[in-house]
Ligand binder design. Structure first.
Ligand code: ADP
Ligand code: MG
Length: 241
């Protein structure tokens, strides 16, 4: 579904993403992990069109999308969440999600359709708050769910989920992980899931890719990752530092 080849992103003289290549197969949940600063969010920003690659290719269903604008890529079926949720603070919860539905459809749906889709995805992510309330009172877990709802409302075939567990307690993490499994199972959406910790992600993903300092250092099954000397070094090195 997605083929990334030789992806490079520099910020000034700093190489944030260094010759990264991987494929995402339709229907899978692929984990993308690595310590803070290893280039995970930058990789998402390149795929989703929020940043332009310096070089390399990104093909989505066989078509080159590298360097295209974010709205063009979104409307081809790639939805993404942001690590740091920034909802429109003056809009209600459901208006935020309905707006995402409009965006994904380039405005070619009615207000009623957008509202219905918003209500459906809010139900799906199990955001148990008043949909007409402002986003101001939402805690970390609710903001993460709202972020996911906004991405889903755009109607993605491929979902890029950036640190969906950040700021959640263990029980909320379990539910969020289960939810991603459900999104793949019920909606048939392929998922690339970024976290900086291994944790619960390793039980849900089919395959995992590990980044360190902008480079891919591992690709394989979660059980193999946990036993790989380089992966262990990257993680234990950080833990002991
Ligand atoms: P991760 O998501 O794996 O924690 P990021 O992809 O956010 O890491 O960042 C990778 C590296 O690139 C970090 O050192 C970060 O400081 C740097 N970086 C990310 N975005 C920018 C930017 N817009 N300008 C300069 N440096 C950036
Ligand atoms: Mg990040």
């Amino acid at each position: 579904m997605l083929a990334v080849e030789g992806l490079v992103k520099r910020f000034g003289g700093f190489l944030a993403v260094n010759q990264v290549s991987f494929e995402v197969r339709a229907g899978e949940i692929l984990g993308l992990i690595g310590p803070n600063g290893s280039g995970k969010s930058t990789t998402f920003n390149l795929i989703a069109g929020n940043l332009r690659p310096n070089s390399g290719s990104i093909r989505f269903n066989g078509k080159e999308i590298g360097g295209q604008s974010a709205h063009t890529i979104c409307r081809q079926g790639i939805g993404r969440t942001f690590q740091i949720p920034r909802p429109f603070r003056r809009l209600s919860v459901i208006e935020n999600v309905a707006l995402a539905a409009y965006y994904g459809e380039a405005g070619r749906i009615s207000r009623g359709q957008a509202q219905r889709r918003a209500a459906e995805v809010l139900d799906m992510v199990d955001l148990a708050v008043d949909p007409t309330a402002s986003t101001a009172g939402l805690g970390a877990a609710a903001l993460k769910k709202l972020e996911l709802a906004r991405a889903l409302a755009t109607g993605p075939k491929l979902l890029l989920a950036d640190e969906s567990l950040g700021g959640l307690d263990p029980a909320e993490m379990e539910r969020a992980a289960h939810l991603l499994g459900d999104i793949r199972g019920r909606l048939g959406i392929t998922i690339v899931w970024v976290e900086h910790i291994m944790g619960v992600l390793m039980r849900v993903v089919d395959r995992v890719i590990v980044l360190d300092h902008g480079e891919k250092i591992f690709e394989g099954r979660p059980a193999q990752a946990a036993a790989d000397p380089r992966v262990i070094e990257v993680y234990l090195g950080k833990a002991q530092a």
